[in-house]
Design a binder for this molecule. Sequence first.
Ligand code: SAM
Length: 267
Amino acid sequence: MGSQAEHEGIDTTTASTARVYDYLLGGKDHYAIDREFAERLAERCPELNFNWEVRQNRGFMVRAIRHLAANAGMRQFLDIGTGLPTQENAHQVAQAVAPDARVVYVDNDPIVLAHARALLTSTPEGVTRYIDRDLRDPDAILEDAAQVLDFSKPVVLSLIAVLHFVSDPEPVLERLRAALAPGSHLVISHGVHRPEFEPIAETYQRVMRLEDAALRPYARIQAMFGGPDWEILDPGLVPVAVWRPDEPTLVDPASGVFIGGISRKVG
Ligand SMILES: C[S@@+](CC[C@H](N)C(=O)[O-])C[C@H]1O[C@@H](n2cnc3c(N)ncnc32)[C@H](O)[C@@H]1O
């Protein structure tokens, strides 16, 4: 293990989801073990182009945040499972539209903490904050985030490509949704289960030792957007590439491992 990485608590002997994702996006913050993992994924599931998949997922995040800041008047954002900083991070997207936007980032990987400075480049009118916390401890996240966000007003909760790493996400989601005021929005992307995608979850479980990693059926992901107090915005829960694309897309709606959508709290 490199001494700098070791000092920062970064394990370079096991691949990490944040670093593999960074590699697939064309970033620079990854190690040989992460690149090997990405190659393993491609071998196990050759019908998928993982670079394309992660770009589509990131594009969905950008379009969703931009839409909520520009068209729904959202000014507060809580992004859990942020990942490594890349070209367009949530605060840059939101603050380009609304410079006074307040953004709280949460991740539990030490590599993200080590690079969090790049997430803290807020506009003077807005705020960004990074919280080193685990999604499975929503009470701690809510308590820390309340230092920056006013939960009596609408908040955007984004959980992009993170819930599939948690074994039992529903109680966590219930707790987080309950903390949000009417007018809040929930943005989720999640890996959908199909028989041909099974090697993906299996590779994460076995090689990364993430026993909880799971692709889930469409109906179970749809239920994560909330009960009767929540309405799903058009076009619903769809492959991320076809969620309000900037340009017309020829993507086969049945393809792609990430599906995503936005719901709004009405009650
Ligand atoms: C695939 S990356 C997605 C990054 C970003 N949300 C995006 O879609 O571009 C998943 C991120 O979730 C984080 N993560 C995984 N499990 C987590 C947990 N239990 N608590 C907090 N973050 C977690 C990982 O460290 C990683 O940075």
